[in-house]
Design a protein around this ligand. Structure first.
Ligand SMILES: Nc1ncnc2c1ncn2[C@@H]1O[C@H](COP(=O)(O)OP(=O)(O)OP(=O)(O)O)[C@@H](O)[C@H]1O
Ligand SMILES: [Mg+2]
Length: 417
């Protein structure tokens, strides 16, 4: 079924543009003079904000949870609207995008490997096959099996327990004693279907070796199988059982040789999970005292968390523009045009409840956004859904950017009752 339509420029089909990266794709499509189409469910399209609806030339309404039907519908749609590129915004739909690109004959990722960018068990296998340094892991089916692994000490201590398929740190916990394992395994198995499409998830649970040290992310544009590394970003999280992002900073502060190692390992991770035309978002940790980044995960999608804005403010590179260029089979613009800095900090609650009051000071050089309003329910701070808002700072230097964003975050008030 087709809603809307109209001629102008080459066309790209976005498989579900809802989510943080969607607005950056919309902006990038404008800059490149592209027609943007969305593939989504009719009821989800009904809930699109006005800015997204008005940016779309048309919509392929289908059922993204039914792969054969979605492929048939999108194939017909792509041919009817002369679509020249396909991109998935949601990580869970990246294998679908790879299958569609292959079927329509457009630049895309390797469908045989694409599942490894969505499923952390397949990802672990792909990393092992390609020699990408990553934490050791095993699959467990219940808490008793997890406790046997913990007691054996084969993966060390603490352990990370996580769902095979999920994002936003949902269901991820760092477990310090075997006693905590039943709750952690239960939390990791909780998600049987993904919001909002109802896509069925692999409910198997991974136990991973814990990698200590500082965390970074690095995105990679891949064009025709050639990796173009983007800048490294420092990622800060909470400590303890739940690792929720507290912020990101670009540039990362790493010495250039180590930053290049991160870019190299991120590119290898992207290629290992079959990224050939598009972008990958890779997270790594570097154990203190070592120069060896280890890959926590990679996804064949644009980053969330406003990282597109952070990277562009710091370097002038638009990840969304480069990603669209790659999926159209064009040469991507990935060379930095400026050396500034940007930082984002998230406003997190101390506990779950009802948001009573929230205030964020205005400081020049910063802008903030609230994700929740007074009266809204604030989830327990166990994953990224508890974010009340964020502040972004753009500045000349990384110290200035961190100082500005940190000052706004420190002076913000979040009251949960
Ligand atoms: N093996 C590990 N060793 C150390 N820390 C880890 C490990 N696995 C995960 N973490 C921590 O937990 C966070 C979330 O884990 P992971 O990235 O695997 O889950 P996710 O749900 O895909 O996360 P997100 O979408 O928030 O990036 C990581 O960013 C990291 O801080
Ligand atoms: Mg992650």
């Amino acid at each position: 079924m087709t809603i809307g339509g109209g001629p102008r420029g080459p066309a790209v089909l976005v498989i579900e543009p809802m989510g943080n990266a969607g607005r950056f794709l919309v902006e990038a499509a404008e800059r490149l003079g592209l027609r943007l189409y969305a593939a989504t469910h009719e009821d989800i399209h009904d809930g699109y904000p006005v800015w997204l609806r008005s940016a779309l030339t048309g919509v392929c309404a289908t059922d993204l949870t039914d792969t054969p039907k979605a492929l048939r519908d999108m194939d017909v749609f792509c041919r009817r609207h002369s679509v020249s590129g396909v991109v998935a915004c949601f990580e869970l739909f990246t294998p679908l995008a790879a299958l569609l690109a292959r079927r329509v004959g457009l630049p895309g990722n390797d469908p045989a490997l694409a599942h490894a960018a969505r499923n952390k068990i397949r990802m672990g296998e792909a990393f092992a096959a390609a020699g990408v340094p990553a934490p050791r892991w095993t699959v467990v089916h219940d808490a008793a099996e997890a406790q046997r692994v913990a007691r054996s000490g084969e993966l060390g201590r603490p352990l990370v327990v996580k769902p095979a398929e999920q994002g936003g740190s949902w269901g991820v916990s760092v477990v310090y004693t075997p006693r905590e394992l039943p709750r952690a395994v239960e939390a990791a198995r909780r998600y049987t279907h993904a919001h909002p499409h109802g896509l069925e998830l692999d409910t198997r649970v991974l136990l991973q070796e814990y990698v200590p040290g500082a965390e970074y992310s690095c995105d990679t544009i891949v064009a025709d199988g050639v990796a173009h590394p983007l800048p490294v970003v420092r990622k800060d999280t909470t400590e303890g059982r739940y690792r929720i992002e507290t912020g990101h900073t670009c540039p990362s502060g790493l010495a250039p040789p180590l930053a290049r190692k991160v870019q190299d390992v991120a590119a290898r991770a992207a290629l290992a999970v079959g990224v050939r035309n598009g972008i990958a978002h890779t997270e790594v940790k570097i154990p203190r005292g070592t120069q060896t980044p280890r890959v926590i995960e990679t996804g064949a999608r644009l980053p969330g968390d406003n990282l597109c804005e952070v990277v562009e403010a710091a370097t002038g590179v638009s990840e969304a523009v480069a990603c669209l260029q790659a999926v159209l089979g064009r040469e991507p613009d990935t060379v930095a045009s400026r050396a500034r800095a940007a930082a984002i900090r998230f406003l997190l609650p101390e506990r779950g409840g009802v948001l009573r009051r929230v205030s964020v000071p205005e400081i020049p050089g910063t802008h903030s956004e609230l994700h929740l309003s007074p009266g809204d329910t604030v989830p327990e701070p166990a994953d990224s859904s508890c974010r009340v808002g964020h502040v972004v700072a753009h500045a000349e230097t990384v110290d200035q950017a961190c100082g500005l964003a940190g000052r706004v975050a420190a002076r913000s008030r979040v009251e949960v009752g």
